[in-house]
Design a protein around this ligand. Structure first.
Ligand code: NAD
Length: 502
């Protein structure tokens, strides 16, 4: 890529970062190239140009990174650091990230295709907040004292308590849709708990993880505490998650790969958390203002171009309002301007890769072949860049693949319903259970519906709201365990029970 073409759109830090040669891997506090010399091309999905190369890790680098993380956990300065010192380092990292927010947002945009403005307002800002929120937990790790009764030793006395201890070396493997944010969702609680980490970002979007590695060293984290290796699933992800030196795997990605990872982890009894796919319903009740519901539904599916695990990809509207709400959503979709993420007037950017664009277009074709109608969109947009038109489908039913399977793009299916019982059944009628939103001001109907929905998060009159203090994760095949909140910290801690006979 010729940086001079976009130099007027990016800050100096971004230009300098992109101008480097092959981006290296971070192992044991050192920036290193891979032993094989293999690299991965990083492609700007807006124009299909290569914007850089990254060293591609294989088993050799996985072994070195795990060994460095093990050494740092067992014997390095990290093993002796108090919670308050870990808190200070995480706070420092948050400050550094905040100070460089613009550059991180620009690189995320060039790497992933998303809007730089949105990346700064959402991805980077929430990553900063997550680091600060989790930093606070580093000084609040506590067990409990319990008085016990021992029937076979009535005279004996015991002091009994539990300790929470860091689980050890964490393998963090994440997806490409929120590259920086997902990395921080894993790193922040793991480091607060006292673990060490080997992070593997998605091979499609490795750049902000590398930038974060630079800030981690600048903040003063000791060598080996965070190691960052880039590589694809088979060559780097699989050897990492099945490595006997890893104590916990924290994964965000597809349900398909999540199942493979869970099986590999169980082989070594490695602990695991799986944040997986979704097919989240948006349920509009009959008391709702149609324009408000339509705006909410459009935002729920088109935010981040539909590449959101909890995207509201199935719209259910009460029969009497169905035509009006669908027409309004279609009108919003038609009016969206597609363009590259550094252009502040773009409302939707390209999908992350050619593979993802083809996958989404293929799903639209499958929908049409099974009888769906296209209200708007329905195809690729343009011939350069991986753009897909925001698409609204009607005449769908619960058996169709576009209703059952995760498309992970800007494609919305719309169905009318009669009553709450019917819509609750349809909402739950996939093997996913990540999120759901209800649009209504009728409190009693809303409260009757919330417990019926089998999903890790239910939003009312909003969608995809996430906060570091609120646990996030899936029911059913959307995952096991939770990111964010105290629940996330707990998943990086073991519980040790101590009995002292006194
Ligand atoms: P993916 O499962 O293909 O890849 C995710 C990560 O796993 C990548 O880093 C990849 O290199 C790695 N990987 C692939 N095969 C592997 C293997 N055999 N062993 C170890 N690692 C392997 O997912 P994707 O296409 O990158 O991301 C999209 C998916 O992520 C969607 O299903 C989406 O819903 C999900 N997601 C879930 C959440 C959540 O919090 N629940 C958040 C974001 C994305």
């Amino acid at each position: 890529m010729d940086i001079s073409e976009i130099k007027h759109l990016i800050c100096d830090r971004t230009a300098k970062f992109l101008a480097r040669g092959t981006h290296p891997l971070l192992i044991d506090g050192q920036w290193v190239q891979s032993e094989s010399g293999q690299t991965i091309d990083v492609i700007n999905p807006a124009n299909e140009e290569v914007i850089g190369k990254v060293a591609s890790a294989g088993k050799v680098e996985v072994d070195k990174a795990v060994a460095a993380a093990r050494q740092a956990f067992d014997h390095g300065p990290w093993s002796k650091m108090r919670g308050a010192e870990r808190e200070r380092l995480l706070m420092k990292l948050a400050d550094l990230l905040e100070a460089n927010a613009q550059s991180f947002a620009e690189v995320e945009s060039l790497d992933n295709g998303k809007s730089a403005a949105m990346a700064q307002a959402v991805d980077v800002a929430v990553a900063v907040d997550t680091l600060r929120y989790m930093a606070g937990w580093a000084t609040k790790i506590e067990g409990a004292t319990t008085d016990i009764s021992v029937p076979f030793a009535p005279q004996a006395e015991f002091v009994t308590f539990t300790r929470r201890e860091a689980v050890g070396v964490v393998a963090a493997v994440v997806a490409w849709n929120f590259p920086l944010l997902l990395a921080v969702w894993k790193l922040a609680p793991a480091l607060a708990a006292g673990c060490t980490v080997v992070l593997k970002p998605a091979e499609q979007t490795p750049l902000t993880a590398i930038m974060l590695g630079e800030l981690i060293l600048e903040a003063g984290f000791p060598p080996g505490v965070v190691n960052i290796i880039v590589g694809d699933g088979p060559s780097a992800g699989a050897p990492l998650v099945s490595h006997p030196g890893v104590d916990k795997v924290s994964f965000t990605g597809s349900t398909e790969v999540g199942k493979l990872i869970g099986k590999a982890a169980v082989e070594n009894m490695t602990r695991f958390t799986l944040e997986l796919g979704g097919k989240s319903p948006v349920i509009v009740l009959d008391d709702c203002d149609p324009a408000t519901a339509a705006a909410g539904a459009a935002q729920a599916i088109f935010f981040n171009h539909g590449q959101v695990c909890c995207a509201g990809s199935r719209l259910y509207v009460q029969k009497k309002m169905f035509d009006r709400v669908v027409a309004d959503v279609a009108q919003i979709a038609q009016s969206m301007s597609l363009g590259h993420g550094l252009d502040p007037t773009s409302q939707m950017g390209p999908l992350v890769s050619r593979e993802q664009m083809d996958r989404v277009c293929n799903y639209i074709d499958i929908g049409l072949s099974q009888g769906a109608n296209v209200v708007t969109g329905g195809a690729r947009s343009g011939e350069k860049g991986y753009y897909v038109q925001p698409t609204v489908l009607t005449n769908v039913n619960a058996d169709m693949r576009v209703v059952q399977e995760e498309i992970f793009g800007p494609v919305l299916t719309c169905m009318p319903y009669d009553d709450i019982e019917e819509v609750a059944a349809w909402a739950n009628n996939t093997h996913f259970g990540l999120g759901a939103s209800i649009w209504s001001n009728n409190l009693s109907k809303v409260h009757r519906l919330i417990p019926k929905i089998k999903a890790g998060t239910v939003w009312v009159n909003c969608h995809s709201m996430l906060n570091p203090a609120m646990p996030f994760g899936g029911y059913k095949q959307s995952g096991i365990g939770r990111d964010l909140g105290k629940a996330s910290l707990d998943s990086y801690l073991e519980t040790k029970s101590v009995y002292i006979a006194v």
